[in-house]
Design a protein around this ligand. Sequence first.
Ligand code: ATP
Length: 207
Amino acid sequence: MIGIFGGTFDPIHYGHLRSALEVKEIFNLTQVRLIPSAQPPHRLQPLASAALRLQMLELAISNQTGLVADDRELKRVGQSYMIDTLQSLRHDFPQQSLVLFMGSDAFNTLTSWHCWQDLFTYAHIVVLTRPGFVIQALDDFFATRLTTQKQILAAHKAGKLLFQSVTQLDISATAIRRCIAEGKNPGFLLPDVVITTIKQNQLYQIN
Ligand code: ATP
């Protein structure tokens, strides 16, 4: 079973990293692929270049077996649609269960994603929730896919929806960029190797 964690990673931080590590262990995944988006369809373009966002990601996970930096969206031209990414992963891993992880903020926008219903043809979706998170009333499309049993994910290659609590770290890339632009120290919000790369390349100086 392979985990997929998409994002702009502008920059990667401990909220992403701790979540990726926890889900790897919770779901007994062989690997979690962290996939930076080139041109996210739903938001402003990233401030750091694709090459630097990938470099920061690679440095951050260099000592973690099972966490993999996957640059397939950076190699594609045009918008970074998750449906294209999942199709490409399904091609590479035809026999594996694929599990797409996203925060509850991302799940709340899911129905505006390109071909969002087809995502379930290629992968399960696991929404990372806050403890005590109340599942909003799900429509039939989601309700029929919902499961609370992790072993169901391994038994199917795609198509299920599950909500999973992980350790909450109230860290966002937006807050880190603001902190740096204000000349403050972002220490302990993200790995030191990433902070060093940010300094060397004078990233996020302007908010
Ligand atoms: P920004 O502040 O620039 O929007 P971000 O910190 O939210 O960035 P993204 O790269 O946009 O990071 O997020 C990628 C994925 O990681 C999304 O699914 C998001 O929900 C999730 N995520 C981001 N921060 C956290 C966190 N602190 N804990 C758990 N998941 C997170």
